[in-house]
Design a protein around this ligand. Structure first.
Ligand SMILES: Cc1ncc(COP(=O)(O)O)c(C=O)c1O
Length: 348
């Protein structure tokens, strides 16, 4: 006997990357966090936060935060919806759009949470196995109710150009969700498509570029009719008052975010060269991680050997397509140096 719907009993849950216990000393290169601190202006807002505000409910639409997003990204504020992380907006999209008989699609491998959400709603999930060059054609052919493209994609780091996404949006009759969690590290983004197409939702997060994964703050930009549908499925006070105030200050400090992103990009290029020298191959990444395949040795054994040396990278043990690869977050140059030294030792 079960308390749950049949599809919930049957489904495999999302498995987040391991989080060490507080105080545990580890080099953490497994969940694509930013190695640098958040904006000093955001930290100041956190320290100065008036605890009396916590007595009252926060603004359900986080208007202060969305106003800053609108200013910074030059989009109308009525097109911005706040999320408790961008995964919260993915939940809203699934609740609003999916049910048995509805179909989602994406090119695999990608962020597993899309499939998990589809399974929760008992919708049909069609993962596509194709080369990036065929992706637009194949996604357009499916014409699913909701098409997901993470750009840059996780775990591959591969960017889909704005032109390609523009073409795809024009060919789909359903929604196109462009998940730009890693856009801050990328040479281009597709934000403008949420204004030029009535079926495009662009997702952003403060977890990566803004160094605020623990705050849980994200948002989507969408055409007003789409946004109104999502608001219906949003938890009432999904974004708390602290996250709203700190997130607004972080968004306003674009210089800080951009300076950190430049450091991460420079380290990504240096780490790519060093991994290549060790025989790893990987797709060109526009994100803050590399999906690295060792020339020799077994990825799962390398993962365990790194873990034994206090270095955590991501190994996706449930996905056959990724069984020979490791996803490595770009750390500080010092962390990357320790990673390379450990890999040299392991692979010797
Ligand atoms: C592609 C992608 N989208 C969305 C998310 C969710 O980010 P958050 O909920 O922290 O905003 C992640 C997290 O790693 C991700 O990799």
């Amino acid at each position: 006997m079960s308390y749950f719907r049949k599809n919930i009993d049957k489904m495999t849950p999302y498995v987040p990357g391991a989080q060490p216990l507080p105080g545990q000393k580890i080099i953490k290169l497994n969940t694509n966090e930013n190695p640098y601190p958040p904006s000093p202006a955001a930290i100041e807002v956190l320290h100065a936060f008036d605890a009396d505000c916590l007595r009252k409910y926060p603004d359900p639409m986080a208007r202060e935060f969305c106003g800053v997003v609108a200013d910074v990204l030059d989009v109308p504020a009525e097109r911005v919806i706040p999320g408790n992380g961008s995964d919260d907006v993915l939940v809203m999209i699934s609740r609003a759009c999916l049910e048995p008989g509805k179909k989602i699609t994406f090119v695999a491998p990608t962020f597993e949470f899309y499939e998990v959400q589809s399974n929760i709603e008992n919708a049909t999930c069609i993962p596509l196995d194709c080369e990036p060059s065929e992706a637009i054609e194949q996604l357009a052919d499916q014409d699913a109710d909701v098409t997901f493209v993470a750009s840059p994609n996780s775990p591959t780091g591969v960017l889909t150009s704005c032109d390609a996404l523009d073409e795809l949006a024009g060919r789909l009759s359903g929604l196109l969700v462009i998940d730009e969690a890693y856009a801050d590290f990328s040479r281009e983004n597709a934000l403008m498509l949420a204004a030029s197409h009535d079926n495009v939702i662009v997702l952003r997060t403060l977890s990566k570029g803004y160094s605020l994964a623990g705050l849980r703050m994200g948002f989507a930009i969408a055409p007003p009719p789409v946004l109104q549908g999502l608001v219906k499925t949003k938890a009432i006070y999904n974004v708390d008052a602290v996250a709203c105030a700190v997130g607004a200050a972080a968004m306003a400090d674009q210089d800080h975010k951009n300076a950190n992103a430049r450091k991460v990009i420079a380290s990504r290029e240096a780490l790519s060269d060093e991994l290549a020298e060790l025989g790893f191959t990987f797709p060109a990444s526009q994100a803050n991680f590399l999906l690295a395949r060792p020339a020799t040795g077994n990825a799962s054994e390398i993962y365990e050997a790194l873990k034994a040396r206090g270095i955590l990278v991501r190994y996706f043990q449930n996905q056959a397509i990724l069984s020979d690869k490791l996803r490595i977050t770009v750390g500080t140059d010092e962390e990357n140096g320790l990673l390379i030294a450990a890999l040299k030792e392991i692979m010797a």
